[in-house]
Design a protein around this ligand. Structure first.
Ligand SMILES: *Cc1c(COP(=O)(O)O)cnc(C)c1O
Length: 400
């Protein structure tokens, strides 16, 4: 792949176009909890197709459907279902598809709260998770027999390892396991896992899909039969439904997804390259540096990556404190640039979390490069790095 990001040409029109708006230029916010009927016959017809008909907003709502249809089109999926958060989508997917006694295989360096959910499922529900290195195809193949589901994230959280999706989808299919991937990092603009043979795609829509740091939302998309199975649990039992207003914000935010992703790609790559050449920086973990994404299906890189400092945890802390334009915060994918020092992820009194389990180092800073001027961002980073240059050069331990 060259450094030019590739986004399917039909995205622009899909995102601009809206069906069934009654002539309104944008889908209206159908802010209602329930829908009424003129006759018992009409109500009966709705009850016979509860997955498709508006009866109650916890089930189906037209504004939410507008978002779900759009996301399904972008991900080349048969159907989609929106949730009140990314974790709402992930928990409904796992609880909708897994039963007591089932086993799940998950890649290392998965999103920390997904890790917490999975490790909690053993005690609560007798569902066991085996964690494997997703870049080691033979390890995945060895762990899969007997498992019901393979859970992937690519690139992985914090370490940004890129996985071979067509190969992993094939291995899951051979083993009779459902494959699920968290595609929040790339968004459908840069990675469409269903085309690579993956069964289900989940997103934290709070990140690039929203793009404006003004909503928390999630979605799962994929094969219609699997979405129906998840929906049965989500609608009737879990209930973490996306709200009409949040769906409206997502439809609005997604109109600019291709433009935003091109800019995140270019600015992220520029900043990552300059950091890699800086003497205070020990390592930059960005999928576009050092070989990149050939053959993996990634057609661009978003603005989220991490780097490590020779000066260790103290230097990471000092750097973050000296940043001005780049603010400190969790989450990512918005218009604003953010830094997160990983040493804070290691604070979990009395708990082992994914940072401990997979050896996320404390000398790391994760950056989400937003839409600001790239030279302003670099000036901010360069000034914050300056006092670190004199610090002792220690080569950090490689990440396992
Ligand atoms: C933020 C995030 C989630 C969780 O999404 P929420 O919308 O915060 O619930 C899941 N996966 C990844 C990779 C994330 O970064």
């Amino acid at each position: 792949m060259t450094t030019d990001p590739q986004i399917p040409a039909d995205f622009a029109t899909l995102l601009a176009d809206d069906a069934d708006t009654g002539g309104a230029a944008v889908p209206p916010i159908v802010q209602t909890s329930l829908f009424t009927f003129d006759s018992v016959d009409a109500m009966e017809a709705a009850f016979r197709a509860p997955d498709r008909t508006p009866i109650y907003t916890r089930g189906v709502n037209p504004t939410v459907r507008a978002f779900e249809r759009k996301l399904a089109a972008l991900e080349r999926a048969e159907d989609a279902r929106g949730f009140a958060s990314g974790m709402g989508a992930i928990s409904a997917t796992l609880l909708g598809l897994l039963r007591t006694g089932d086993r799940l295989v998950c890649v290392r360096h998965v999103y920390p709260d997904a890790y917490r959910l999975m490790t909690g499922l053993v005690d609560r529900m007798g569902i066991e998770t085996t964690f494997v290195d997703g870049t080691d195809l033979s390890a995945v193949r060895g762990a899969l027999p007997g498992a019901r589901l393979l859970y992937l994230e690519s690139p992985t959280s914090l370490t940004f390892d890129v996985l071979d999706l067509p190969a992993l989808a094939g291995i899951a299919r051979e083993a009779g396991a459902i494959s699920v991937i968290d595609n929040s990092w790339a968004s459908p603009a840069f990675q469409r896992p269903i085309e690579a043979g993956i069964d289900l795609v989940v997103h934290s829509a709070s990140k690039y899909l929203s793009g404006h740091s003004d909503t928390v939302a999630g979605v799962v998309c994929g094969r219609a039969d699997l979405i129906t199975e998840i929906n049965r649990v989500a609608y009737a039992s879990l209930g973490a439904k996306l709200s009409p207003f949040d769906a409206w914000l997502l439809v609005r935010g997604m109109r600019t997804l291709p433009m935003r992703m091109r800019r995140h790609h270019a600015s992220g790559l520029a900043i990552a390259g300059r950091l890699a050449a800086h003497p205070a920086v020990a390592e930059v973990r960005h999928p576009g540096l050092g070989g990149g994404a050939n053959g993996t299906g990634l057609s661009g890189w978003s603005g989220l990556f991490s780097f490590r400092l020779h000066g260790g945890a103290a230097a990471a802390r000092q750097l973050c404190d000296r940043l001005g334009l780049i603010r400190l915060g969790v989450s990512w994918g918005g218009h604003e640039s953010l830094a997160f020092p990983t040493q804070l992820g290691l604070i979990q009194p009395g708990l082992t979390n994914s940072f401990h389990a997979f050896g996320v180092p404390d000398d790391m800073v994760r950056l989400s490069i937003g839409l600001e001027d790239v030279e302003d961002l670099w000036r901010d980073l360069e000034a914050a790095l300056e006092p670190l240059e004199a610090s002792q050069e220690v080569q950090p331990e490689p990440i396992d």
